[in-house]
Ligand binder design. Structure first.
Ligand SMILES: Nc1ncnc2c1ncn2[C@@H]1O[C@H](COP(=O)(O)OP(=O)(O)O)[C@@H](O)[C@H]1O
Ligand SMILES: [Mg+2]
Length: 269
């Protein structure tokens, strides 16, 4: 059956002049799952998601979203997919609610105000809804961004590096949001350069390296690729992130200012 495949990518190639960024990328994403595309900076993650969202045309290969081919049925693909870019698309001058109303109007939905209020509620932004989005913390801004991209209920959502530049608490908030989406049946494709993010969130992880998927599997499968560590009698030390979160609490970021991710998780380079 092909009905439970939400995203299919087959032999996708893309070059920018002499730069052969994607060299035959292949993977499928099961409907209702969270799939992480892991790759270092410049690996081609954004290029691939732009092809899936029909913003860019591939040089070779095929891709489909909910059974619709990106090349021959771009309109149907755009109906099925929502892309949240690497850099928050939130208008900082508008309030959170106004941002949501704007998107609901662009999508020609009935009663944009009610749609906006439901989204504020779902993303725990009701209290902050009337406030200018420019005053939001990094995590709140990203949650608003995700809420905006969910207006109209697309079955497939693509999050391009949803937590890059966020502090640890904000990352946790976004992770919880993403887990909530999958619980509601939305298919989530996320790109990340953070190992711990893929580890925390994804049902399957694919590693994009030098233009191809070099590994694709569940976390357990990927871990089996390495020999297991020898057991030694050493106490497990908490990570810096554990300590930081324990000290500052996990919810206090909501009213605080946005911060850079100086203490965020491991990056691959
Ligand atoms: N429009 C473009 N024109 C030329 N080069 C590009 C363009 N878009 C991306 N690239 C290059 O393609 C490579 C992959 O970029 P990108 O897909 O943004 O990587 P990632 O999202 O994994 O960091 C990079 O070397 C980048 O400079
Ligand atoms: Mg990118």
């Amino acid at each position: 059956m092909t009905t439970d495949v939400a995203i299919r990518v087959e032999g996708i190639e893309k070059s920018f002049k002499d730069l052969h960024v994607l060299r035959g990328v292949e993977f499928t994403v099961e409907a209702g799952s969270i799939f992480a595309l892991l790759g270092s900076n410049g690996a081609g993650k954004t290029t691939l998601v732009r092809i899936l969202a029909t913003l860019l045309t591939a040089d070779a290969g095929a891709a489909s979203v909910n059974g619709h081919d990106v090349g021959s049925a771009p309109e149907a693909v755009r109906q099925a997919i929502s892309l949240t870019g690497q850099f928050a698309a939130v208008d900082e001058v508008l309030s959170g609610r106004e941002n949501l109303v704007l998107v609901a109007k662009l999508r020609h939905l009935k009663d944009p105000g009610a749609v906006a209020d439901a989204m504020l509620e779902r993303f725990s932004l009701t209290e902050a809804g009337g406030r200018r989005a420019g005053t939001y913390s990094g995590g709140m801004k990203r949650r608003l961004d995700i809420a905006m991209s969910l207006i109209g209920d697309p079955p497939v959502i693509v999050l391009d590096e949803p937590t890059t530049g966020l502090d640890p608490q904000a990352r946790k908030e976004v992770w919880q949001t993403v887990q909530g989406l999958a619980r509601n049946g939305t298919t989530v494709l996320l790109t990340t350069q953070y190992l711990d993010e893929a580890e925390q969130l994804a049902d399957r992880i694919a590693i994009l390296h030098q233009g191809v998927i070099i590994q694709n599997g569940t976390l357990t499968e990927l871990k089996k690729l390495l020999p297991s560590a020898t057991v030694e009698y050493v106490e497990k030390q908490p990570s810096l992130e554990d300590v930081f979160l324990a000290l500052v609490g996990e919810t206090s970021a909501d009213n605080g200012p946005a911060e850079d991710g100086a203490l965020a998780g491991k990056e691959i380079r």
